[in-house]
Ligand binder design. Structure first.
Ligand code: MSP
Length: 526
């Protein structure tokens, strides 16, 4: 029987500037979930890409003296390079300038038009150029764009609109009667600010710029970016095109975005899908922002942290870990160099790194690297560690599904801390003094290796480059490509061979001098 599918998406990013750690957050979060679901045996489709049309891109290309296509080609390549560097295991990268997507969007537009949901009218309103969004007077905040706080302009033009009212009830039901939108706090915002006042029709075409997909039956118009952009989630599967034949993955199990575009994914996308008579996605998780100096990190404000700098110096896995660990479920995270360095030192170098190196060093020292088959049975002193470690998988499973990645990591590190405490409680160096205690010592060290095995298998979804290095050291043979068995056994005790052989290796996470490193980083990242 074919495996159950799991379809997870990142937003498709604007190629209007270099990617930064804000983009890395969403993409790394999706990557961790995709990897976890693959371990669980799901047939995963994990998509990302770039959203390449619109006035802002056209303007940026002009400023750079480039043809828009050349301009987006360059930046899309940077996103791809970053995702490769960060070990992002996406299955498909969609660019909205690709031929199959463009023709599919034209068909989608025509279908919705033929059904009577799209009509021609005139738009006049307040328009935020950088965000490419029209706003009503009441939505403005102090006369400025409510999303980015910048000036809006008066804009008027002939445009096609999509009716929203026919879908209002369905959207409200989805938001209020199901768990579609997470965290739940965002539901009130959507209902009170957009649905209750009456949904406005959506502008779906523009005539004031050319860099877009032509409306098939009225070529003066190009498709307005959100209809174009949101459709990526189905066109990349092959909807209305022959490039792929993967609609079996639809409906999406999880769309992940930050809160900036939650309206588009919780209201407009639902209307589009309903107009097309397609099933609705299962969940939208809209996380908070990575802030820098109190405001949202973003390429348009220039306050960005370059992931390549951090990755080069501290390792990609450390960066992935820190952002996923410190972003709260429904709030923002303030990035600071100190926070990152302290997190690396405390959790990765001290707690995890020391646990692995101490355990492996003791097996090497006391048993010449190979534990004896014969050891004492576990006793009461061991039960706390064993119960916590074997219960971990079920906890992480449900936190991944929520998805509460920071809490999932917290739970894993509880086991790692418990194992460190177990070393203090059992004092292996004292047991080693007496030959008669050797069978007990072997039992203690085996238990430590087992706790490391379980934690590292579950951590491998978050830190995929480093955990295989841990496995080499603790003598755990896991198929790196196919972690199904490793995951399946993560709830069991006694999986490593009794006579396991360890192999001392490099330090997995070095410790940094926070003061020195912060001073260095402050010269690069302000
Ligand atoms: N092109 C649209 C999305 C279309 S999806 C059909 C867009 N692009 S964007 O480049 O502006 O990316 C927005 C997304 O990037 C956010 O929703 C979030 O996933 C990520 N982030 C960008 N900056 C971020 C932070 N400072 N913090 C957290 N996430 C950040 O909107």
């Amino acid at each position: 029987m074919a495996n159950k599918t799991f379809y997870i998406t990142t937003p498709i990013y604007y190629p209007s500037g270099n990617p930064h750690i804000g983009h890395c957050y969403t993409t790394s979060a999706c990557d961790a979930i995709a990897r976890y679901k693959r371990m669980q045996g799901f047939d995963v489709m994990f998509s990302t890409g770039t959203d390449e049309h619109g006035m802002k891109i056209e303007e940026n290309a002009k400023k750079a003296g480039l043809d828009p296509q050349v301009y987006v080609d360059e930046i899309a390549a940077k996103f791809k390079k970053l995702w490769e560097y960060m070990n992002i295991s996406y299955n498909r990268f969609i660019r909205t300038t690709n031929k199959a997507h463009k023709s599919a969007v034209q068909k989608i537009f025509k279908t919705i038009y033929d059904k009577g949901y799209i009509y021609k009218g005139e738009y006049s309103g307040k328009y935020c150029v950088p965000d490419e969004s029209f706003w009503t007077q009441s939505q403005l905040k102090d006369g400025k764009c409510p999303e980015c706080g910048r000036d809006v302009i008066d804009a008027k033009e002939e445009a096609y609109f999509m009716k929203m009212q026919p879908f209002a009830e369905k959207i409200e039901k989805l938001l209020t009667e199901t768990d579609y939108l997470q965290p739940q706090a965002r539901v009130n915002e959507m209902v009170n600010n957009f649905i209750k006042p009456g949904l406005e029709d959506l502008c779906v075409s523009r005539t004031t710029f050319k860099w877009g997909i032509p409306v098939p039956f009225d070529e003066e118009h190009v498709v307005y970016v959100w209809l174009d952009a949101l459709s990526n989630y189905i066109t990349l599967l092959g909807y209305e095109n022959d490039e792929h034949d993967d609609m079996r993955y639809w409906a999406a199990d999880l769309h992940m975005t930050a809160k900036d575009i939650v309206r588009f994914h919780s209201i407009i996308w639902i209307a589009i899908l309903s107009a097309l008579d397609l099933p609705l996605p299962n969940k939208l998780y809209s996380h908070g922002y990575i802030n820098l100096g109190g405001s949202k990190m973003g390429k348009s404000t220039g306050n960005v942290v370059d992931p390549f700098i951090l990755g080069e110096r501290y390792g990609v896995d450390a960066l992935r870990y820190q952002i996923l660990r410190d972003m709260p479920f429904s709030g923002d995270m303030d990035y600071s160099n100190e926070l990152m360095l302290n997190r690396i030192n405390t959790d990765l170098a001290n707690d995890l790194g020391n646990l692995v190196s101490r355990t492996v060093a003791m097996v090497e020292k006391y048993f010449d690297s190979t534990l004896p088959e014969e050891k004492l049975q576990n006793n009461e002193q061991d039960s706390g560690l064993i119960t916590l470690a074997t219960g971990l998988k079920a906890k992480v499973d449900s936190l991944i599904d929520e998805p509460q990645l920071g809490l999932a990591l917290t739970e894993i590190f509880k086991v790692i801390s418990r194992a460190n405490k177990y070393i203090d409680e059992t004092a292996p160096w004292i047991l080693a003094k007496d030959e008669a205690d050797k069978p007990r010592l072997a039992c203690v060290l085996y238990n430590l290796l087992e706790a490391i095995r379980i934690s590292s298998v579950l951590l491998s979804a978050f830190m995929p480059a480093t955990m295989p290095k841990v496995w080499e050291q603790i003598g755990f043979c896991a198929d790196r490509e196919y972690l199904f068995n490793a995951y399946k056994n993560a709830g069991l005790w006694g999986v490593l061979p009794q006579d396991v052989t360890v192999k001392r290796g490099e330090i997995i996470f070095p410790r940094f001098d926070v003061v020195k490193e912060t001073a260095y980083l402050n010269t690069l990242i302000k």
